[in-house]
Design a protein around this ligand. Structure first.
Ligand code: ATP
Length: 354
């Protein structure tokens, strides 16, 4: 339950700079996600926090304590891995108890804390089973109990749900958030699954090539990505090239193939010259009313019915756009090759470097 401070950390493996001057502050009790494509350095950062890797430069602090050169066993972190890493020859109970034995916790207290940890993950009735008598989801709950039972200063999770099927992943991610909040834990969670991060993170950092490109709340990163790569990584988006022609306070007017589009919001990104606009598919309003901003006409190239929504490919003056239209907002009525009037709220247009 400590804040974690990562300050200018560098870690190289041969010529590869797995971490290239990474700094981030993680608050006490926060569920913080590290997100990014394969090889971007997420696991290296997590292992550096755990103490398995010594950084080449920079500092790792838990609260006021500088732990940069402290070995992992003296950091009191709980780890949860993708492959559960349970001992197959031990019962569930013995697996969870192990960390307490190592710490020489007296027997009566060990029993009480194991029972408490198994209750937390709703696995009390499986105490006597061996791991191979449990499902994947149940094994991951035991791995969580084993991490929680030592009352760690922070919980570190490395792709904990990757081995589980889609439905179980959904259940387990809310469960992990519940457990972290109930135990008031500072937790760092590595994933390459943006939906997992967006759905349960308090804050998250997106990494590319050993660097944190942007950190913030899920909403801030999704709605206001700082670079085209972040916009693209966090979900589908349309990129429209343009040229900034006017700036007035928080509003920028951008000349594009669709006409002049206005972007309104915080003042990140360029304020003159060429740029790229990012517009999420759900931000394109198809079939507009008088109040709609940034209007343009488009031809429906293809409308794909998905039940709750319709995915529409549009051709707007030669620019291909993808729009997601709720079924109930008229999506079902869109026909291929029809012409539609479209619009985009200026707050949904994000101006990025070209
Ligand atoms: P993934 O999602 O695939 O697990 P990641 O973002 O966690 O990827 P890391 O495992 O941190 O990425 O690796 C970052 C870079 O460092 C990669 O280029 C990787 O090949 C390299 N790397 C990681 N660990 C080692 C190691 N022990 N020895 C050599 N190179 C390594």
């Amino acid at each position: 339950m400590v804040p974690i401070s990562i300050q200018h950390v560098v870690k190289a493996f041969g010529k590869v700079r797995a971490l290239d001057d990474v700094s981030v502050e993680i608050d006490r009790g926060e569920l913080f996600f590290l997100l990014g494509p394969s090889g971007c350095g997420k696991t290296t950062l997590l292992r550096t926090i755990a103490g398995f890797y010594m950084p080449d430069a920079g500092r790792v602090c838990f609260g006021e304590r500088d732990l940069t050169h402290v070995p992992p066993e003296a950091r009191n972190t709980g780890m949860v891995f993708q492959n559960y890493a349970l001992w197959p020859h031990m019962t569930v109970e013995a697996n969870v108890e192990f960390g307490l034995r190592v710490r020489r916790v007296p027997r009566a207290e060990r029993r009480r804390r194991v029972a408490e940890a198994l209750d937390m993950v709703k696995m009390g009735q499986y105490a006597r089973r061996k791991p191979n008598q449990l499902s994947g989801g149940q094994q991951q709950r035991i791995a969580l109990a084993r991490a929680l039972v030592i009352r760690p200063q922070c919980l570190l999770l490395d792709e904990p749900l990757s081995n589980l099927d889609a439905k179980l992943r959904l259940d387990m991610r809310t469960e992990i958030r519940r457990l972290c909040k109930a135990a008031d834990l500072t937790a760092v969670y590595v994933t390459h699954d943006q939906k997992e991060a967006l759905s349960i993170a308090d804050r998250m950092a997106v990494m590319f090539a050993g660097q944190i490109v942007q950190a913030g709340t899920p909403q801030a990163l999704y709605r206001r990505p700082a670079t085209p790569a972040v916009a693209d990584f966090l979900g589908e988006t349309n990129f429209v090239p343009g040229e900034i022609v006017e700036v007035s306070g928080e509003t920028r007017a951008v000349r594009t193939a669709l006409g002049i589009l206005r972007a309104h919001g915080d003042a990140g990104g360029p304020r003159q010259g060429p740029c790229t606009l990012s517009v999420r598919p759900e931000a394109i309003v198809v079939g507009i009313d008088d109040a709609t901003e940034n209007r343009f006409a488009a031809r429906v190239v293809q409308a794909t019915y998905l039940g709750e929504s319709v995915q529409v490919t549009l051709d707007a003056s030669g620019t291909t756009l993808r729009a997601t239209v709720p079924e109930r907002a008229g999506g079902a009525g869109l026909a291929d090759n029809g012409t539609v009037q479209c619009g985009i709220d200026a707050r949904d247009v994000v101006v990025l470097n070209a």
